[in-house]
Write a protein that binds this ligand. Structure first.
Ligand SMILES: Cc1cc2nc3c(=O)[nH]c(=O)nc-3n(C[C@H](O)[C@H](O)[C@H](O)COP(=O)(O)O)c2cc1C
Length: 158
């Protein structure tokens, strides 16, 4: 199973989750930051895992541009699993709580866009929580990342 993990991260929180997923997933894995992504990386992969910080309910600018750069059907039959990092609305004051609830998290948006390009989602998009804009990750999120990776392992090795 050839697996490619692409992520973006401004303050390194999404990067830590991506690294934990890489460590815990079984297969031939390549982990790349979006800045180093090249369309050739998509060749011959079976599973694409994408991670992004949530920015205004969507992906980071670079992840959003990546989504736009993919042609229709370019991801035909490629399996995907999408995660993001964001702030739990429970941890914020009323105004932000409402904004976060309305905008939602990046992973759902990214999943929807990738499905439009022919991809097949194999697991529910997952949000890992940070305590504030720059982090840190909430306690246990790295453990949750390990659990999410193991869930993917059981799905792909069925
Ligand atoms: C421009 C900007 C917009 C953001 N918008 C949201 C948002 O809509 N919802 C949310 O939960 N967090 C939002 N955040 C907080 C980010 O989710 C947080 O910075 C990110 O999870 C940190 O990941 P990173 O360390 O990998 O950059 C925003 C942060 C920035 C910088």
């Amino acid at each position: 199973m050839k697996i490619l993990i692409i992520y973006d991260s401004i303050y390194k929180n999404t990067e830590k989750i991506a690294e934990s997923i890489k460590k815990n997933i079984k297969g031939e894995i390549k982990l790349i930051k979006i800045d180093n992504f090249n369309k050739n990386d998509l060749k011959k992969i079976n599973l694409l895992i994408i991670g992004s910080p949530t920015h205004a309910g969507r992906g980071s600018e670079k992840i959003n541009n990546f989504l736009k750069s993919i042609n229709n059907n370019e991801l035909k039959d490629i399996k995907i699993a999408v995660f993001d990092t964001g702030i739990n609305s429970k941890d914020t004051k009323l105004f932000l709580k409402i904004v976060i609830k309305i905008l939602g998290y990046a992973s759902k948006y990214i999943e929807k866009e990738l499905i439009k390009k022919g991809a097949i989602s194999i697991i529910k998009p997952k949000t890992f929580f940070v305590l504030d804009k720059k982090g840190p990750l909430k306690e246990k999120e790295l453990e949750y990342a390990k659990n999410w990776a193991n869930k993917i392992n059981s799905i792909i090795n069925k």
